[in-house]
Design a binder for this molecule. Sequence first.
Ligand SMILES: [Fe+2]
Length: 460
Amino acid sequence: MAAFVSTAASASLDYPEANTLVPDGVKRYEVSAFPERVVLLPGQNSATEHSVSWRTNSAVEHSIVQISRAENTPGLHLTAYQVTGDYTVLETENGVAHHHQVVLDELQPDTLYAYRVAGDNTWSDWYQFRTPATEFADYTALYFGDAQNAVRSHYSRTVREAILTAPRAKVMLYAGDLVNSRYGVHDDEWGEWFDSAGWMGASVSQLPAAGNHEFVEDEHEYRHLVEHWPAQFKVAGNGPEGLQDTVYYVDYQGVRYIALDSTEALQSDEKARLQADWMREILADNPNKWTIAFHHHPMFSVSLGRDNPPLRNYWQPVYEEFGVDLVLQGHDHTYGRGHDIGVAADPEASGPMYVVSVAGPKMYLVSEQAEQSMNRNAEDVQLFQVIDFTADTLAYRSFTVTGELYDAFDLVRNEDGAVSVTDKAPDTPEIRCTNPSPMRETRCWNGTELIHAPVSGKGD
Ligand SMILES: [Fe+2]
């Protein structure tokens, strides 16, 4: 029997929880027999290698993927073959989880596959994905800055608008701080992140870089990568010794993506140099048409009071010597795009193009230096980026969460191999902080306060 209950429009909510929608004592993300958090990552040779990871409860002691060429018939089980892997055990507030990982390393290039993963006497959905071709061919990638806070309530809006804007994107790239776990791991936050990625995480090749919030400090203030990271993301694993969980490269249909670990680089010069040396090695032999580096902390900071000189000392010379085309970053909770700030604000200068963006709701303020030296800045706006690779053009566009074009440029590879830049930023005002009560001198929004922000009146 249904009952209709009317509540007063003025009813107020006063929840004390911050940064999670899961109230104390409630388990929204409890482990179960059902496979969940299914995520697909490319290997170094992505045309033939991808890994699949997912989570179940501890009853599932087998790590099994069934995969078939995707045909129109629902009889996928008749043509599927089985691949097995292994799992890591993680104990969190949501129970004892088995995080399974299987490597699919005998894939055919440019082929549509369907796969499913095993639970306890049950299976996941059949997910479908097309492997990249071995040579360059046109495609689209999506790039996201930090999600970090209010992930399900606010970041999900960005990621959904992105996939509606570029529904055939083959790659989703993340510049770190997927969640906020720096001060202690919260499995609920990862639940929110995977809910936001949804089926896309399992059907679009994911390229995550780790941010400082994927690290937890010990009593000596030394940062250690959270256990969730390697358990959930089986990256290509071809990075330098000791950094293979976060530093890697992937060749994807004529584009080389290089993920770096800026958190480790900033806490140890040795690890910054190690990554630079490794980059030199892999860039000495790079047959790809375009090269993209991505990491969390920016080379040229956008936000007030921030600067990361070691990254410029160790990495900028490598980017310039080997012609890295684009450097995609996060951490500053603002938007900024431009060349080396030493080159000044000529939008069509040559050299690597640096971008900082933000996908979640934590918002900082732009520094005067960034305002003067970058081609485009923003505060107080959630953004996503669409990168189209076509023939000799890399077309970059940044969209706001409501789908408006905010920034754009083309990189065009000339016949002599040099790259020219065409600025295509729309002639619209730069967005600035609108919060009537900014949170700190350097912040427009903290991000965490937004989940239970009171709703005032009818709006306008
Ligand atoms: Fe960060």
